[in-house]
Ligand binder design. Structure first.
Ligand code: C5P
Length: 221
């Protein structure tokens, strides 16, 4: 059992992946299972934190002792995160957020027409929640953590992304067809805005979660 080094702290974690509806039965989504975000929520609770978990379309049961807010779209995720972040000591954005959503929502199911090519789907940009929370810093000393899934030039792309988003820590992992998504395990490098680089060996998502909380706790002191 760990020391309750996050006792008295409020931490907010997003998990899962957003779904952006096209019509009542279809959406644009991604393969995020939510397991890493849930592992972050469970480990923070075990370390004594008050935890708000904003879960986007995750199918897992609510972790014990955690406040869970369920959302569907990126816009809903943003609202829930901004509300919870207002009094948070740390915010971790582990959810996979759709960069774009369909420009329009059809209230009835979109029909195919046999004699016509399909209409292109127009997209509009979603808000970048991590960048917004990093810039706003609802509370002084608030620690903000992002995740980045990269397929190539993992460290260089991670460094650039850390700077662009303005967060304190960025957990970078390499993804591919059989890596990370839906898996029980993860392997990553945690980049710090202070230039630090913390490798996390292949292992359970809880182990990566505990490393993230170690780095967060050190920055909260
Ligand atoms: O830019 P990219 O999607 O790779 O960044 C990933 C990080 O940014 C994740 O922490 C994700 O939760 C967050 N993100 C966000 N809002 C978006 C897109 C990504 O908060 N619209």
């Amino acid at each position: 059992v760990r020391e309750p080094d996050l006792a008295g702290r409020h931490v907010v974690v997003s998990a899962g992946g957003t779904r952006e509806p096209l019509d009542p039965v279809r959406f644009l989504g991604n393969r995020s299972s939510g397991k890493q975000g849930y592992a972050l929520a469970r480990t923070a609770a075990a370390r004594g934190a008050r935890v708000t978990l904003v879960a986007a379309n995750a199918s897992m049961p609510d972790p014990a002792g955690v406040d869970v807010v369920r959302v569907g779209t990126a816009v809903e995720l943003r609202e829930a995160m901004l509300r919870a972040a207002a009094d948070a000591d740390a915010v971790v954005m582990a959810a996979a957020v759709a960069d774009f959503r369909p420009a329009t929502y059809a209230t009835g199911k979109i029909k195919k027409k046999d004699d016509q090519d399909p209409a292109p789907i127009a997209l509009v940009r979603n808000p970048d929640i991590l960048a917004e929370i990093s810039t706003a810093r609802a509370r002084s000393g608030q620690v903000v953590v992002g995740f980045a899934a990269e397929t190539d030039d993992v460290l260089a792309n991670g460094r650039a992304k850390l700077k662009r988003k303005g967060c304190d820590l960025l957990v970078v992992n390499e993804v591919g067809e059989r890596k990370t998504f839906g898996s029980e395990e993860n392997e990553a490098v945690v980049l710090g805005a202070d230039g630090s680089e913390t490798p996390v060996a292949h292992g359970p998502k809880e182990a990566l979660a505990d490393t993230v909380w170690d780095l967060v706790a050190a920055r909260l002191e």
